[in-house]
Design a protein around this ligand. Structure first.
Ligand code: CO
Length: 174
């Protein structure tokens, strides 16, 4: 197992729509990648991480949302797609590819996602609140979309100079 380097804003792979995984052909390769992604996410205190954030062109995300009452939600999502979305939530959002940056992003309150799990079996996940937010954030990553793209126009314009400044700092991070 290993902690992988997380790509930062400005790196081209974050803008790439990822390639669907062929589970049958790639399952042996996937197992260590998934383990490393969970380890990388935990090391960075994230709740979600997508494969292109660690430089891999694969339609694959992991999510881990801790809970004080129970074991929390741990998901491996291979080739995930949102099949329905409803409602609306406002809330602060961050991203491991934008260290230190938080911004309010409007998301659907509830989403239903279809994917394959780590064993290649079809699963349907319905999430609300933080889980719904994480599902939308990660599936956006897999389509090359970043959370700053989801800000209202005015907020995006206001953030532009700061983002340009931060981009230079992040480029120096390993
Ligand atoms: Co992110």
């Amino acid at each position: 197992m290993a902690v992988l380097r997380v790509c930062k804003y400005g790196e081209k792979i974050l803008r790439k729509k990822t390639r669907p995984v062929n589970f049958a052909a790639e399952k042996e390769k996937l197992r260590p990648i998934i383990q490393d992604m969970f380890e990388t996410m935990a090391a960075a205190n994230g709740v979600g991480l997508s494969a292109n954030q660690v430089g891999l062109d694969l339609r694959l995300s992991v999510i881990l949302i801790p809970s004080e009452e129970g074991p929390g939600v741990k998901l491996t999502l291979i080739n995930p797609e949102i099949v329905s979305a409803e409602g609306r939530q406002e809330g602060g959002e961050g991203c491991l590819s934008f260290p230190g940056l938080y911004a309010p992003v409007r998301r659907a309150l509830k989403v239903k996602v279809r994917a394959l799990n780590e064993r290649g079996l079809p699963v349907e996940v319905t999430g609300t609140g933080l889980l719904a937010r994480a599902l939308q954030h990660e599936i956006d990553h897999l389509d090359g979309v970043l959370f700053v793209d989801r800000l209202p126009l005015l907020a995006r314009l206001k953030l532009k100079p700061e983002l340009a400044r931060l981009k230079k700092q992040w480029a120096k991070l390993v």
